[in-house]
Design a protein around this ligand. Structure first.
Ligand SMILES: [Fe+2]
Length: 285
């Protein structure tokens, strides 16, 4: 298995808080290793199945997180979770047969909106992706894409009619990505949509998603349903990508301007020595 220190150094979401209820047990898998989570007297414990070694745990952003590392990189900060008036809706996990890195890359790609999320996040008459900015933030070791603009017929569960939506994307972790999009009902505010990806194996992942929004109108079920509709459309695309692992060699897949964030993401993974979920170099023909 292609394990590397960068992959090993992170915290991973392994389920929502409510997926590990009092007295309950959640068996799952992370980075090719079977683990089990259990909650008793309110506390969650996670251990490796093979040798019962206890792992570090934290409950944050509506999810249970764990790591195999003795000196993990701190879990990235999302100060929006402390803001008043926002609602958190967690969608629960969807298992996808592909590298978790593929799921991040797909999430960053606006060019697929008109064709995959037709009538919701895009439409074929407005398929052009305008130039946007991509930056690597060295101080925090994150990738950001900013000043993204895209015409969307129904940008969010609250949106009525089409609008030019403004986006920012953040990649603070090889298997996490957060989208900040213009809030349709509160000027100057951003709504968050994010993926916490749990790589079960190199070519298999559980995608935990959330929305953190200002919204007084939709029910949790309505917000959840909107997210699930979008993500199930993505799953079909992801499971059909060949190869299932992500190639990092820039010659492997043809870049276009809309792929600027994908190029930056792949370069960032390469610079950080990512090999888990990556197509091995020698396989590149
Ligand atoms: Fe999508």
């Amino acid at each position: 298995m292609a394990m590397d220190p960068f992959t090993w150094s992170h915290w991973y979401a392994i389920g929502r808080l409510e997926d590990v209820p009092e007295g309950g047990t959640r068996k799952t898998r992370l980075l090719g290793i079977d683990i089990v989570a259990h909650r008793s007297s309110g506390e969650v414990t996670v251990e490796r199945v093979e040798d019962h070694a206890p792992l570090a745990v934290q409950e944050r952003y509506g999810h249970v997180w764990t790591t195999f590392s003795d000196e993990p990189k701190p879990l990235y900060d999302m100060p929006e979770f402390d803001e008043d008036g926002r609602r958190l809706v967690t969608a629960g996990c969807v298992t996808v047969r592909c590298s978790g890195l593929r799921a991040v890359e797909n999430f960053l790609d606006m060019a697929h909106f008109p064709f995959v999320h037709t009538g919701i996040l895009g439409e074929e008459d407005h398929a052009e992706v305008e130039q946007y900015c991509v930056e690597m933030r060295a101080d925090v070791n994150e990738v950001w894409a900013t000043k993204c603009r895209f015409y969307q017929p129904k940008a969010a569960a609250t949106a009525e009619g089409g609008q030019m939506t403004h986006y920012k994307y953040r990649v603070p972790h090889p298997f996490s990505t957060i989208l900040y999009k213009t809030c349709p009902i509160r000027e100057g505010a951003w709504d968050l949509v994010g993926l916490f990806i749990q790589p079960r194996d190199e070519d298999l992942c559980d995608v935990h998603s959330f929305v953190l929004v200002f919204d007084e109108e939709n029910t949790d079920t309505g917000l959840l349903h909107f997210q699930q509709t979008i993500f199930l459309q993505d799953r079909m695309i992801l499971e059909n990508q060949v190869p299932a692992l992500l190639p990092l060699d820039p010659r492997r897949e043809l870049p276009t301007r809309a792929d600027a964030s994908s190029i930056a993401y792949r370069r960032w993974l390469k610079e950080n020595g990512q090999s888990f979920g990556v197509l091995a170099e020698e396989a590149v023909g």
